[in-house]
Design a protein around this ligand. Structure first.
Ligand code: C2E
Ligand code: MG
Ligand code: MG
Length: 649
C-alpha cells in the first residue's frame, strides 16, 4: 500500500510545475492552450480525488461519513479523468491546426455523444453500482459495467492517436512522438495498473507526457507574436499552407498600416506594441460580434491578417467598423492625434488566388495598388489591374533590366522665375520591358529597394547622367546643374562620396553641376553615422542637396533646418491642394517659412497656368511640371532647350 501513495503524490508537484510553466510562458491564449490548461487541471483533480480515496480506504472498516467522502472523491475521479480524455480528443484537432473541423457547436455536441454514456453510467451508479461501490467493510471495488467507461475513453484516445497520424505531415517528428506518447503512456499505464493494482502509475505517466508536450509541441515562440499577443506571421504561413493543402475555402482580410514604420520609431518599441495589441484586441472583439469564425495574425512592423471561415461574410461591409475601431483606439492611446493609416484588402482563397507565394505577396504589396485615399479594395480588382501584373513579375522584370541594361534616363526641365528660363532638369529613370511595356519608376524603384537590387540601378543613373553632362555643354544650353535622385540605400553606402568623386574625374564633371535629391524618408534615416558623414563630405566636396517630396511624409522642420539642404521640392500633392483655401494657406506659409531659413523652393507637378502664376506670386523660385514639359529622352530634351532657352549672354 505504501508505494501506491508515493507515485500519485509525485504527480501533484509535477502538475504544479507544468501549470507554472504555462503561465510564465504566457501560453494562455487560443484554443490549443486553453484545452491544454484544462487537461492539466483535470489531471490534477483526478490525482487529488484518487489520493483522497486511497487515504480513506487505507484502514478498513470505516464509518459512514468517510465512506461518503470516498464515494464523492471517486465520482470526481471518474468525471475528471474521462473529461480529460474527451479534452485530449478535441486537443488533437486544435494542436494539428484543424480546429475549424469541430468549431461548430453542433459538431462538438455530436462528437461528445459517446461521452454522455459515461455521464449516464455515473448518474445511475448510486442505484446500480455498475461503475464502482465504496463500502465501510470492503472499501472501493469495481462495478460490473466499468468496462463501458474504459471502452468509451479508450475509443477517444485511439481516435485522437489515429488523427495525429492522419495529419502527421503538418507536424515534425518530435511533435508527433510527443503527442502520441500521451495516448501510449496513458493507455499503457491503465493496462499496467489493471494487472498490477499496487502500482498506480497513470498520473505520473500523464505528467511526463505533459512535459513532453510542453517541450516539443506547444512552443509559443513558434505560433505567437509575443510583442502584441496575437498569432505570428509564421503561424499565418503555416495555417495558409494547410488551408491550400486541404482545399479549404476562406477569406483573408489583409490590413496594412502605411505608416507603421514611422509610428514605430516615433512611439518607441514598447508604446507601439501596446498600441498595436490594443488594435488587435479591438478587431478580435469586432469579429466576435460579427459571429464569424476567425483567427488574427500579426506581421512586424504593421500588417494584420485575419483568416475568416465564412465565405458569405462581407469583409468590405465591415471595413468601416474596423476603421472606426482603430480611430477609437488611437484616440484612447494617443494624445497628439497620431494614428495608424490602414489599407485593407480581401482575398478569397482559392477563388482569387490559390498559390501560396502569390497570396503572401499580395498581402504584403497590395497597398501599393490601392488608389490614394481609398481604404479598401477587393483582391479581384487589384489582380485584374496592369500594375499588379507588373508587380507580381517584378523579380523577372528587374533581373532582365539589370542584366540587359535596359534603363534609360529622361530629363524634365525645371524653370526659374528669376532667370526667366530653364536652369536645370531632373534626371528620371525609365524602363521599358519587352513583355510588360512601360514600368513606372514609382513601382520598380521601391521594389528594387525592397529586394536589395537598387545599388546597380543607382550606379547606372549616376554614371549615365555624368556621361550626359560631359557630352553636352550645359552652359551653352542655359543649364546650371542636373538633379539626380538618390535612394535610401545609396545614401547609406559608405563609398558614395568616393564613387561620385571618381565619376566626376572620369567624365570631367565638377560637383556644382550635380544636385542630389534625397527624400524625407531618407532623412528619417539620417542620424545614422554613415548617412550623416556622406551628406557632410559631399557638401564639403561642393555637391548640393534638395529635399524631394516635401509634404508627403512626417516633415520635421528641425531636421530640415539641420541638414545641408539647398532646395526643397514641394510635392505635387501640395500643389494640387492649392485649389482649397486651406491648401493655399499651407503652401503660402510653407514657402514663407522655407525662405526664412534660406531654402530655395521647387514646385513639382505644376500643370496649369493658374498654379504657375500663383506660385510665382507667393515666392516659389522654380517650377517643374507638365505645364512646361514631361520628362524627355536625352535628344528631345536638348532640342527642347535649344528651342525654348533663349540665351542672351
Ligand atoms: P520624384 O523624384 O518626385 O519625381 C517627380 C515625378 O513627378 C516624376 O515621376 C515626374 O514624371 C512626375 N511629374 C513631374 N511633373 C508632373 C506633372 O505635372 N504631373 C504629373 N502627374 N506628374 C509629374 P516619375 O518619373 O514617374 O518618377 C516617380 C518617382 O520615382 C520619382 O519621384 C522618384 O522618387 C523615383 N525615381 C525616378 N527616377 C529615379 C532615379 O533615377 N533614381 C531614384 N532613386 N529614384 C527615381
Ligand atoms: Mg525627385
Ligand atoms: Mg518629388
Amino acid at each position: 500500500m505504501q508505494t501506491v501513495l508515493y507515485f500519485d503524490i509525485c504527480a501533484i508537484p509535477l502538475f504544479f510545475i507544468i501549470m507554472l510553466t504555462v503561465i510564465i510562458r504566457k501560453m494562455t491564449q487560443g484554443i490549443t492552450n486553453k484545452l491544454f490548461i484544462s487537461l492539466i487541471l483535470l489531471s490534477a483533480v483526478t490525482t487529488v480525488s484518487d489520493l483522497t480515496m486511497e487515504l480513506i480506504c487505507r484502514t478498513l472498516p470505516t464509518d459512514g461519513f468517510r465512506v461518503f467522502i470516498a464515494s464523492l472523491a471517486m465520482y470526481f475521479y471518474f468525471l475528471s479523468q474521462t473529461l480529460a480524455i474527451l479534452g485530449y480528443y478535441f486537443f488533437s484537432y486544435a494542436v494539428t491546426g484543424t480546429w475549424y473541423r469541430v468549431r461548430k457547436t453542433k459538431t462538438k455536441v455530436i462528437l461528445s455523444l459517446p461521452y454522455s454514456l459515461i455521464i449516464l453510467m455515473l448518474l445511475s451508479n448510486p442505484f446500480t453500482g455498475w461503475v464502482f461501490t465504496v463500502t465501510g467493510e470492503d472499501g472501493y471495488s469495481r462495478g460490473s459495467m466499468i468496462w463501458v467507461i474504459y471502452a468509451v475513453t479508450m475509443s477517444y484516445a485511439l481516435a485522437a492517436t489515429a488523427y495525429f497520424f492522419v495529419n502527421r505531415k503538418y507536424m515534425t517528428v518530435e511533435k508527433l512522438v510527443s503527442l502520441v506518447s500521451l495516448s501510449v503512456l496513458i493507455v499503457g499505464s491503465v493496462v499496467f495498473q489493471y494487472f498490477f493494482p499496487q502500482f498506480p502509475v497513470e498520473m505520473i505517466a500523464t505528467a511526463f507526457a505533459f512535459i513532453l508536450i510542453i517541450l516539443f509541441v506547444l512552443r509559443p515562440e513558434e505560433r505567437t507574436d509575443a510583442s502584441v499577443g496575437s498569432l505570428s506571421y509564421e503561424a499565418y504561413k503555416g495555417d495558409l499552407r494547410k488551408i491550400l493543402d486541404m482545399k479549404r475555402r476562406v477569406q483573408i482580410a489583409a490590413v496594412d498600416f502605411l505608416n507603421a514604420r514611422e509610428l514605430n520609431s516615433y512611439l518607441g518599441e514598447e508604446r507601439y506594441s501596446a498600441y498595436i495589441s490594443g488594435i488587435i484586441r479591438q478587431l478580435d472583439a469586432l469579429f466576435r460580434r460579427e459571429r464569424v469564425f476567425f483567427d488574427i495574425y500579426f506581421e512586424q512592423p504593421g500588417s494584420i491578417y485575419v483568416i475568416i471561415e465564412d465565405m458569405d461574410y462581407d469583409v468590405g461591409d465591415c471595413v468601416a467598423r474596423m476603421y472606426a475601431g482603430i480611430v477609437r483606439r488611437s484616440e484612447k492611446e494617443m494624445t497628439s492625434g497620431e494614428r495608424l493609416i490602414p489599407r485593407v484588402c480581401c482575398i478569397s482563397v482559392p477563388d482569387d488566388l490559390s498559390d501560396f507565394d502569390e497570396i503572401l505577396r499580395l498581402g504584403r504589396e497590395f497597398y501599393t495598388q490601392i488608389p490614394e485615399n481609398t481604404l479598401y479594395n477587393k483582391a479581384s480588382d487589384i489582380i485584374a489591374s496592369r500594375d499588379y501584373r507588373v508587380m507580381s513579375h517584378m523579380d523577372e522584370i528587374l533581373n532582365r533590366a539589370i542584366s540587359e541594361r535596359k534603363f534609360r534616363m529622361y530629363y524634365q526641365p525645371i524653370y526659374s522665375f528669376e532667370r526667366g528660363r530653364f536652369i536645370s532638369a531632373e534626371a528620371l529613370i525609365r524602363l521599358n520591358d519587352e513583355e510588360y511595356g512601360f514600368v513606372p519608376p514609382g513601382l520598380f524603384i521601391p521594389a528594387a529597394e525592397r529586394k536589395g537590387v537598387i545599388l546597380p540601378i543607382g550606379d547606372f543613373v549616376l554614371e549615365d547622367v555624368h556621361r550626359f553632362i560631359s557630352e553636352n555643354d550645359l552652359g551653352e544650353l542655359g543649364l546650371e546643374y542636373i538633379e539626380i535622385n538618390l535612394s535610401v540605400s545609396q545614401c547609406l553606402q559608405e563609398e558614395l562620396p568616393e564613387k561620385l568623386a571618381l565619376l566626376g574625374d572620369r567624365y570631367g564633371v565638377s560637383p556644382d553641376k550635380v544636385n542630389l535629391e534625397i527624400t524625407e524618408t531618407t532623412t528619417a534615416e539620417a542620424g545614422s553615422d554613415i548617412m550623416d558623414n556622406n551628406l557632410e563630405m559631399l557638401s564639403a566636396m561642393g555637391y548640393t542637396f534638395s529635399l524631394d517630396d516635401f509634404g508627403t511624409g512626417y516633415s520635421n522642420m528641425q531636421r530640415v533646418s539641420r541638414l545641408p539642404l539647398k532646395m526643397i521640392k514641394l510635392d505635387k500633392s501640395l500643389v494640387d491642394d492649392m485649389e482649397s483655401a486651406d491648401g493655399m494657406s499651407i503652401m503660402r506659409n510653407t514657402i514663407k517659412m522655407m525662405r526664412d531659413i534660406d531654402k530655395q523652393l521647387v514646385a513639382e507637378g505644376v500643370e496649369t497656368k493658374e498654379n504657375l502664376d500663383t506660385l510665382e506670386e507667393i515666392g516659389c523660385h522654380f517650377i517643374q511640371g507638365y505645364y512646361f514639359s514631361k520628362p524627355l529622352p536625352e535628344n528631345e530634351f536638348v532640342e527642347f532647350l535649344r528651342k525654348h532657352n533663349k540665351i542672351t549672354a
